[in-house]
Design a protein around this ligand. Structure first.
Ligand SMILES: Nc1ncnc2c1ncn2[C@@H]1O[C@H](COP(=O)(O)OP(=O)(O)OP(=O)(O)O)[C@@H](O)[C@H]1O
Ligand SMILES: [Mg+2]
Length: 384
């Protein structure tokens, strides 16, 4: 093994040696404890082999280069990094592949998501910024092609701020319509007078207005499906056929409210659920995306079939491990447990083709900043 950064003086060199020895020992212990080992039989009995440290740079930041064991991949280390970090004196480990057989492990002393991620508008880059990962890389979603999305989180965890960010980014895009149901009555106020307004229903004074809107969206979906050219199975998004993002804010509250109107002869809640299920099942190929916001993605609010249709899944702080499991099955128990104390704006995200990641959502500001960003983006509609 090489030590890349001995410090200058003799005295500190001795201290560095002690630190390196301690790190090597801690690494071995942490690997064994987290199950990152292979057992081999030797003449003297079974022995545990752990990935070998081939280089240490003393920090901060302290960095290891680690040789993986046979058939291990970087993701194997990443999966247990959360368990190992504390034992190595770090709050988190950042793991990156180095070639085919090594990983670079950085011992982070501050949470890489601790810093605020300001949302500067207008954004010039394509796609909608959803957040920044622990590796510092921006997570960007192309809603024109992407998937249906579900966002959960307990109260004050950051769902609305996240939604403000997404909607403010889409409001001025001529190829996007922001539609949906908002029983809280806040989300759509800044869109007044814009081309989006006719697709938005607010408040609960007239719960059946939400059903009328969803019926209209399903009719639009059916029309788009009928109009699909013979040689295409997806619609081309353009100004004439914009992407429609259907936001269902506080879905549990909306369903509760509509369920309250149930009579022996009429069940509007059932109709509303059926319309949402149709949108989730059939609309993606014709440029309609659903974004569902709930405190907890439990079966009473969103059935297993509907949940399965939402392939982009984001959980802000949850009340317990089981809630994390609803959207991200297989999350390591200790990561799920620690998410019950996550700061507002910090989320777990699962997306097609991506491993489960921790992200920090962008922060546009409070409601006033949201209102002003949307109003500015919608100005050309309002003036025309
Ligand atoms: N991405 C973020 N970065 C920094 N702070 C945030 C972020 N998201 C939320 N916060 C802080 O947390 C507070 C609560 O967030 P928000 O209103 O989005 O919660 P919520 O999940 O919508 O709650 P509720 O279910 O009660 O509506 C915000 O007022 C803000 O101070
Ligand atoms: Mg909210």
């Amino acid at each position: 093994m090489t030590i890349t950064s001995w410090r200058a003086t003799r005295r500190t060199r001795a201290a560095d040696e002690a630190e390196v020895d301690a790190l090597i020992w801690a690494w071995r212990q942490a690997c064994e404890g987290a199950g990152l080992f292979q057992q081999v039989d030797t003449a003297t009995g079974p022995t545990l082999r752990v990935p070998r440290l081939v280089d240490i740079t003393l920090g901060p930041p302290t960095v290891f280069i680690v040789e993986l064991l046979a058939s291990q991949i970087a993701a194997d280390v990443r999966r247990v990094a959360f368990r190992m970090a504390g034992h190595l004196g770090a709050v988190a480990l950042q793991i990156e592949p180095r070639g085919l057989r090594h990983v670079r492990v950085e011992l982070l002393t501050v949470d890489p998501l601790a810093a605020l991620l300001p949302l500067e508008l207008p954004r010039l880059e394509p796609g909608v910024l959803l957040g920044r990962g622990e590796d510092g890389i921006y997570v960007v979603e192309d809603f024109e092609r992407g998937a249906h999305t579900i966002v959960q989180g307990v109260t004050r965890s950051g769902k609305s701020v996240f939604t403000y960010g997404v909607l403010a980014q889409l409001a001025g895009n001529p190829r996007a319509i922001v539609a949906g149901c908002d029983p809280t009555g806040l989300l759509w106020r800044p869109f007044a007078g814009s081309r989006h307004e006719e697709w938005q229903v607010s408040g609960v004074a007239d719960p059946l207005a939400h059903e009328v809107l969803l019926e209209r969206l399903v009719a639009e979906m059916d029309e788009r499906i009928t109009e699909l050219p013979a040689d295409r199975d997806t619609i081309e998004i353009n100004d004439k056929h914009p992407m429609i993002l259907v936001v269902l804010e506080e879905l549990a509250g909306l369903l509760r409210c509509v369920d309250g109107l149930k009579t022996p002869k009429d069940d509007p809640g059932k109709r509303l659920r059926a319309l949402i299920a149709r949108l989730l099942a059939e609309s993606a190929k014709v440029g309609i995306r659903v974004l569902i916001l709930v405190q907890r993605a439990e079966a009473a609010v969103i059935g297993a079939f509907e949940r399965a249709m939402c392939s982009l899944r984001i959980s802000f702080r949850t009340d317990n491990r089981a809630s994390v499991d609803l959207l991200h099955p297989g999350t390591p128990a200790d990561l799920a447990d620690s998410h019950t104390t996550a700061q507002p704006g910090i989320a777990l995200m699962s997306a097609p083709g991506h491993e489960l990641a921790r992200i920090r959502a962008p922060f546009l500001g409070g409601y006033a900043e949201y209102a002003s960003a949307v109003a500015t983006a919608c100005l050309p509609d309002v003036q025309s």
